[in-house]
Design a protein around this ligand. Structure first.
Ligand code: SAH
Length: 341
């Protein structure tokens, strides 16, 4: 049995043709799954019976089950979902006046071991399937109704570009006008800097925004806090990004605020590194008592941001939300049900 929610529209059309069914049925099936949100093939009343029977014997419509829903004092919500193999993954909704941003996970655990991140500390368990990624969206949207998710960031657990095929296919289904029809411009993929996959994604021209977890403009320091920098050093990463002409889609650099990367010289280096790249820097307050790092002293941070301003670096400061329920950046972890309870 195959999971129908892991099929893109193109794949489903190809499958139908291969089985001598009309390709346009794929659009009808997508309508039932994503607009009508039915749970079974018998509800798809405009499909001929032989087609319904065929699908019943070959496919199922997957779901993930809610394990826990927590609401923070600031309105941030964390959802823990149980997968079929009992792994628990987490999704977060960050609400502000205008937006409800869903932070989605793409892997159970992560293999990149950024020194400041809890998801990295747990190690890698497995990639999420396409439907496990999409079902986070479908379920959270159902739970928060009548509110609706307005933005999606691939910034939950895992490295989306390390689960490239599934992340790309999930985006295709999320943005397909015949499926979920989510606006491409409202989706951001965040990566620790996997150069070949960044290039491959750009070639696909998905139209989603790209965010790079930079965290330091100094190669040695970046390597210390992000081991992935050994494989893809800063200089190569920046060169690759320049070639991609990223400004069309919108490029952001995420920069974690630690005591070790917010000296005046760090701001100077950052300004120099990003010169000529049309982008925005998103400064992220450090969440975590689990690691050896410290947040900067307020007066050092002030000097750091003043220097960025002087050097013409465009930046915003991300509000840290949901700390009381461990829903903030870098606080998501994967558990198995037996251990969690
Ligand atoms: N693997 C992807 C996406 C997941 S992490 C990436 O690296 O971009 C999403 C963001 O949270 C990244 O910018 C990451 O560096 C940041 N982050 C991780 N740990 C954090 C922490 N303890 N405090 C604040 N931000 C953190």
């Amino acid at each position: 049995m195959d999971d129908l929610k892991s099929y893109s529209l193109g794949e489903l059309k190809a499958y139908l043709k291969s089985q001598n069914f009309a390709a346009f049925r794929a659009e009808q099936i997508f309508y039932w799954i994503y607009a009508k949100k039915v749970c079974g093939f018998d509800s798809m009343t405009n499909l001929p019976k032989d087609l319904r029977d065929h699908f019943k014997s070959k496919f199922y419509l997957s779901d993930i089950s809610l394990n826990e829903r927590q609401i923070s004092q600031d309105g941030t919500e964390k959802f823990s979902f149980q997968l079929n193999d009992k792994n628990l993954i987490e999704s977060v909704v960050i609400a502000d006046k205008l937006r409800n941003t869903l932070c989605i996970s793409t892997q159970a655990g992560c293999r990149f071991s950024c020194r400041f991140c809890l998801s990295g500390k747990t190690g890698f368990i497995r990639n999420l399937s396409v439907s496990e990624i999409i079902n986070q969206y479908l379920l959270v949207n159902r739970f928060i109704a009548p509110k609706k998710i307005t933005n999606i960031v691939f910034m939950g657990m895992g490295e989306p570009l390390d689960n490239f095929e599934n992340a790309v296919k999930a985006i295709t289904i999320l943005t397909d006008p015949k499926a979920i029809a989510f606006s491409k411009r409202k989706i951001t993929i965040s990566t620790c800097g996997l150069i070949p996959e960044i290039q491959a994604m750009k070639k696909l021209d998905l139209g989603v925004k790209l965010s790079i977890s930079l965290h330091s403009a100094d190669n040695d320091l970046r390597e210390k806090i992000m081991p992935v920098n050994k494989k893809y050093p800063l200089k190569e990463l920046i060169q690759a990004l320049k070639k991609l002409k990223p400004e069309r889609d919108g490029l952001t650099f995420e920069y974690l605020l630690l005591s070790i990367n917010t000296r005046v010289e760090d701001a100077e280096k950052l300004a120099k590194l990003l010169k000529g790249i049309k982008s925005k820097v998103n400064l992220i307050p450090y969440n975590g008592s689990n690691f050896q790092f410290k947040a900067p002293e307020p007066e050092d941070l002030e000097l750091f941001t003043q220097t960025l301003k002087k050097r013409g670096v465009f930046f915003t400061v991300r509000k840290s939300k949901g700390q009381d329920i461990s829903a903030a950046c870098g606080q998501l972890a994967v558990y198995r049900k037996e251990k969690a309870k």
